[in-house]
Design a protein around this ligand. Structure first.
Ligand code: GDP
Ligand code: MG
Length: 437
């Protein structure tokens, strides 16, 4: 599995604690292989590893985390981001909201129509009406009826009528009259993309102007899934993707490829033949699945938390005794600097990170702060309370900064101290949480 492979490629690195060109190249070879194994499109995999390389290069590593683990985390986060970051919901504001299904024959449209109806009924108290617009095979209408009955919702059919626009419009009229809140239109697919099917579905879309056009695709079809998605999107400009048959050990690389190629959100996944086998698409979980490494991510997160807790415990002692002074403040800054990638990591240091977060943090921001602290006498550093106006002016002069900068730092220090005092009343777990927030 990928995380083991990463572990191996970082063996040489142990103790060094910095991601370098050599081990990045080695690791990314593994990442790319894993993505290709998971059926991710070649170009997408290449593009992806290039991005990860840029992000990882020169990044310093927290002592509590191994470089390989940090690398996995970077890969994981980037995957998540690429797949949209967050789950995207259906737009169901209209009464009724109209959902149009599209996709090849056998992709799972009819099954998904039932699953979605059930989910909306059970979890959102919707009143769905299913519409049978797959009119070419009598068995198709029958199948939708069975599905509707299974999940306990109504279905609209017109036996003998082959005009799908008419059927859909009649169904919508009925839905309005009888206060259905969602209309889900099931359609016919072909085995491959053809002109006739595309014309029919795009005419239908134009005629009923759905709130959501969903493209349903079998995730087991690998690279074909990407091509089909592209062709449907070019014609239909759909709103979201449904990835079906993601049960068993399908790796789900199609999710990444499709998302990258058509830039439309994946909204749901189907994970089995039963009507309950539907999930809202979560990019993060899919990233876990593609990499086969859920454990590593939580391990890294735990390591980060441990780090926070260690910091927190040391500071806690000082705060208890109300002993937090500029020496500690300085030590914290050195800590942050040592870790590099300041903006991202600042938030992990209790108190100081928070205070510095408002400043535009880069190395220059620290230069000023360090200069000011360096211009304080040891007495001033350990007893900041004695710093009066004349001392401030002296410090500003000595550090080559402006009086307002000195004031700002003192204010930040005060805020930090206050916040830490507040925090010290809490238990360690809460403290680490706050630090991580
Ligand atoms: P349609 O032609 O697009 O309407 O596809 P169907 O809904 O009829 O599904 C085609 C086949 O795929 C059926 O045998 C379904 O039971 C099966 N199927 C649909 N979704 C899933 C899924 O998420 N997992 C599995 N394992 N099978 C599915
Ligand atoms: Mg069907």
């Amino acid at each position: 599995n990928l995380s083991e492979r990463l572990e191996r490629s970082f063996k040489i690195l142990k103790g060094e604690g910095k991601i370098t060109e050599i081990n990045v190249a080695e690791t990314l070879k593994d990442v790319r292989r894993a993505l290709l194994d998971a059926d991710v499109n070649y170009k997408v995999a290449k593009q992806f590893t290039d991005t990860v390389k840029q992000k990882a290069m020169g990044m310093n590593v927290l002592t509590a985390i191994k470089p390989s683990q940090l690398m996995v985390k970077i890969v994981h986060d980037e995957l998540t981001e690429l797949m949209g970051g967050k789950a995207v919901e259906l737009n169901l504001e209209n009464r009724p909201a109209i959902i149009l299904m599209s996709g090849l024959q056998g992709s799972g449209k009819t099954t998904f129509t039932g699953k979605l109806a059930k989910m909306l009924k059970d979890r959102q108290h919707k009143k769905p009406l299913l519409v049978a617009c797959d009119v070419y095979r009598p068995a198709a209408i029958e199948q939708l009826k069975v599905v509707a009955e299974t999940v306990g919702v109504d279905v609209y059919t017109e036996e003998g009528n082959k005009n799908v626009v008419e059927i859909a419009q009649n169904a919508i009229r009925k839905a309005k009259q009888e206060s259905y809140t969602v209309v889900i239109v099931d359609t016919a697919g072909r085995l491959a993309v053809d002109e006739e099917m595309m014309n029919e579905i795009s005419n239908l879309k134009q005629a009923i102007n759905p709130d959501e056009t969903l493209f349903v695709v079998d995730s087991m079809t690998g690279q074909d899934a990407v091509n089909t998605a592209k062709e449907f999107n070019d014609r239909l400009d759909f709103d979201g993707v449904v990835l079906t048959k993601l049960d068993g050990d399908t790796r789900g690389g199609a999710a990444l490829s499709i998302r990258t190629v058509v830039t439309k959100p994946i909204k749901f996944v189907g994970t089995g033949e039963k009507m309950e086998a539907i999930d809202v698409f979560h990019p993060e979980r899919m990233a876990d699945r593609i990499l086969g490494m859920g454990d590593v991510v939580s391990l890294v997160e735990r390591a980060q938390q441990q780090f926070d807790e260690k910091q927190a415990r040391e500071l806690e002692k000082k705060i208890r005794k109300n002993k937090f002074d500029f020496n500690d403040f300085m030590a914290q800054i050195q800590q942050i600097k040592k870790m590099g990638n300041i903006k991202e990591l600042a938030g992990m240091i209790p108190g100081v990170g928070k205070a510095l977060k408002d400043v535009d943090i880069d190395d220059n921001a620290f230069k000023g702060i360090e200069a000011i602290i360096n211009s304080m006498t040891p007495k001033e550093r350990s007893n900041p309370d004695i710093i009066n106006q004349s001392r401030k002016i002296r410090i500003a002069k000595g550090s080559g900064t402006k009086l307002e900068e000195v004031n700002r730092l003192l204010k930040q220090f005060d805020q930090t101290k206050k916040m830490m005092k507040m925090v010290s009343g809490m238990d360690k777990g809460k403290m680490a949480q706050m630090a991580a927030a």
